[in-house]
Design a protein around this ligand. Structure first.
Ligand SMILES: [Zn+2]
Length: 201
């Protein structure tokens, strides 16, 4: 039976924890445990945090949205929502620095989430969805619309920033590509963004 676990159900965290215990036990089955506390991999930790954050987003969603009714369109909404916390300058076509990887001066172009961050995030959420009992064919993170959106973001950011994501790694790779949602977002999500996107100046 594949029953999709909704966020906030009391069994949610427990079952996750017991799955992890099983994995841990099978690793160190015999004799004295040589390592103190077996830790989850960084990826697993990020995946759990991202999943919880997405659950929080759904709970705060107006109108309320349950995981089982979440579609690719809602995932896109979520990705656009994250852009307000972005730290990657993406030049508009009107900006004189459009297409320049290292602009010589500041400009009022918006900050967005880097494509690499979104791509990695969607990969983790997609995996988490199925680990929580979601059917692959119903996975909103694997929706065609989401794939197309990510491709569009990649291409437009590559143009705007003068960087080819396919051939070259970005100048400052460290955290952004692997950043968890926690790094992408402040601890408490601020109210929804105002309708206008034009920044001050
Ligand atoms: Zn600009």
């Amino acid at each position: 039976m594949d029953s999709l676990q909704e966020f906030g159900s009391p069994s949610d965290t427990n079952s996750t924890a017991s799955n992890i215990n099983i994995n841990i036990n099978s690793c160190s089955s015999s004799s004295t445990p040589s390592f103190p506390t077996p830790t989850l991999s960084r990826y697993e930790n990020q995946k759990r945090r991202d999943w919880n954050t997405f659950g929080q987003y759904l709970r705060n969603h107006r109108p309320p949205l349950s995981l089982s009714r979440c579609s690719g369109a809602h995932v896109l909404e979520f990705l656009r929502y994250l852009d307000q916390f972005g730290k990657t300058k993406v030049h508009t076509q009107m900006c004189p620095f459009f297409g320049q990887p290292n602009p010589p001066a500041p400009c009022p172009c918006p900050l967005r989430q880097a494509w690499g961050s979104l791509d990695a995030l969607i990969g983790r959420l997609r995996a988490a969805f199925e680990e929580h009992g979601g059917k692959p064919e119903a996975n909103p993170f694997g929706a065609r619309a989401v794939r197309l959106y990510l491709r569009e973001v990649r291409d437009s950011q590559a143009k705007a920033r003068g960087i080819s994501y396919d051939k070259k790694k970005r100048k400052r790779p460290p955290q952004s590509a692997t950043a968890s949602l926690q790094a992408l977002m402040p601890p408490t999500p601020p109210p929804p963004p105002p309708p206008s996107t034009t920044a001050s100046q």
